[in-house]
Design a protein around this ligand. Sequence first.
Ligand code: FRU
Length: 473
Amino acid sequence: PSADERYRPVLHFTPPQGFMNDPNGLVFADGEWHLFYQHNPFEAKMGRVHWGHAVSRDLLHWQVLPLALRETADGMAFSGSAVIDRANSSGLLAQRGEGNGRGGMVAVYTRASATRQVQALAYSSDGGRSFADYRGNPVLDVGSDQFRDPKVFWHAPGKVWVMCVVRSREHRVMFYRSRNLKDWRAAGEFAHAGVYGIDYECPDLVELPVAGGGTRWVLFLSINPGAPQGGSTVQYFVGRFDGRRFVLDDGATRFADFGKDFYALQTFAGVDGAPVGIAWMNNWQYANDLPTGRWRGAMTLPRRLSLRRVADDWKLVQEPLGLEAARRQVIAQGPGRASTALPPDTALEIRLACAPDTVTSLRLANGTGEYLEVGYDPGPAVGSVWVDRGNARGFRHRFFTDKMSWAPPPDGKPLDLRLVFDRCSLELFAAGGTGCATLLHFFAAPPDRLELAVAGGPLPDIAVHALLPTGGR
Ligand code: FRU
């Protein structure tokens, strides 16, 4: 592959060219998953922000469609969400004389100029292929230049649309309610919680199923900069929501990911059952500097989200979607070997369970001494799952931190690891998806072997599959 293409993931969505950041307007409708995204089509750097658009029927193959929302004289099209307005509560689809009884798609986004950030609507009656801006825009203007990222959802018990949106520099998440998506009334707010960072960004409030029964509402809240590991990250809060107020179950702030490259998580509208989310697989500390040439920015795999109670604590559970269908060649299955050759340039899924009493490590390596390492150390009392990208030499940056780790709750049982490696990314799902790390890495030469080691005892069983190119790139 050319220098510009050698890092392009196989399974993960990337823009054809230019810069991409946050996922926007995620909505499932009529068998299609819509992924809109913050996009500068002109240059592989943040700036001139439009909404790009792609659709998928299986969450693996993405088809890129024309730009959905554009930068205008009023400003750029910053982050936001989309809903299907089936009942045409907005009246916008009828207004265009195109109401077909099935409503249409309404995007709610931030129009951002140098001096003002306001919330605006755009609507589509052709499945998101084209949008018209609402003539009555903006629908919310509080006179602020730091007011953005509206996430709108249908609150069925109250039969009302709810928006969460941030006054980012004031560290406040505001809730608004509306019957028609056009007129919004302030409801409650959730403020000054968790890790503030400089800005709160990209809030998403969603009801998650709890393993064993029941549900809880989770508020995902991105912060940038100010993450514990530097730069940007996603924290979450667990509580209850009555359509107006979000009340915490406990005061705890939790983080969705212990890697460094997981930001602006958003969930899809229109999904029954457990919500599905996608995050931007990046960190603002170096997003503009990645060595990927004429494109920059990738999304995570879509993940199903739920909650689990572990040792009297809430854990977010994340499960990647679509991998079973993406599996092709079996590279290894059964007793682990110290070294396994890898086919060149493939995406991989690797699964193993580490013994509870010995250090286990796994390396993707090449003959030039480069490697990416993942491991588990049960420790004397509390264990650590770690990732180390410091020995892949394709990118140097002062903030491209090398090691990250997580302490699983000690339970004396084997620790399961599931890894998805895709050219320049690694997603690790540990302990049943309760400990996840998402990180970019850049090898100067691709890895060609998998090395497995333990500090004593037999090598664990391992399952390794090639995840073949699935098109759409
Ligand atoms: C988060 C963010 C949002 C904003 C968008 C601009 O990454 O800063 O707050 O709407 O990116 O592209």
